[in-house]
Design a protein around this ligand. Sequence first.
Ligand SMILES: Nc1ncnc2c1ncn2[C@@H]1O[C@H](COP(=O)(O)OP(=O)(O)OP(=O)(O)O)[C@@H](O)[C@H]1O
Length: 230
Amino acid sequence: MLNVKSINQYYGGSHILRDVSMEAALGQVTVILGRNGVGKTTLLKSLMGLVPIKSGAIEFDGRPIHQCTPYERARAGIGFVPQGREIFARLTVEENLRMGLAYKPAGMPVPAQLYELFPVLRQMLGRRGGDLSGGQQQQLAIARALAAQPKLLVLDEPTEGIQPSIIKDIGRVIRMLADRGDMAIVLVEQYYDFAQELADRYLVMERGEVIAAGAGKDMEAAGVRQLVAI
Ligand SMILES: Nc1ncnc2c1ncn2[C@@H]1O[C@H](COP(=O)(O)OP(=O)(O)OP(=O)(O)O)[C@@H](O)[C@H]1O
């Protein structure tokens, strides 16, 4: 589904991603862990085409996409939930959800299933995004990414600054989406227990490199908790 082959990325003269390779499969949650500043967000931005890579390749659904614009990648079926959520504060919840459909044919409805996943959004359709709590905004950001029914969902630290009950809800939704079997999920996460609970596969980054990877069930035994402890 997603195949990242030895990518290198630079910010100016700083070599940030160093020969990073990874895969994500349908029906699986692939978790990326690592301490602050190791390049996790940069890796996701490279997947989305928000920053250019200098070398390597990114294949999605069997075709190279690393030359494609972010718009083309979204159209190809990649949904992105950015760090910090990036909700449109002055637009309503419903308008935010419609933004997720921006590149779909005009008049396409917001999938009703989103309100089953996040019932709170249905109650708040007319409320401005900026007036929602952090947890509700996170749910809205995920729902907005899901509106276009992506084949790959990429999430950057969805638990950051969110209260425990909503973290649980978000975890349930991520598991459910993966178990449906028609979507691959890539999750960057610093909250170890949440990451471990969801991971089918994991990889750990340090200074722009992948230093460990394996099956989610082996994370504890492999000492990943210690690798990412601050
Ligand atoms: N726009 C930028 N210009 C220059 N350097 C940047 C830029 N964005 C990030 N960096 C640097 O790239 C490195 C990787 O940052 P990145 O945000 O990818 O790390 P991260 O693992 O996601 O960290 P965090 O968990 O804090 O979000 C850091 O050293 C950071 O300072």
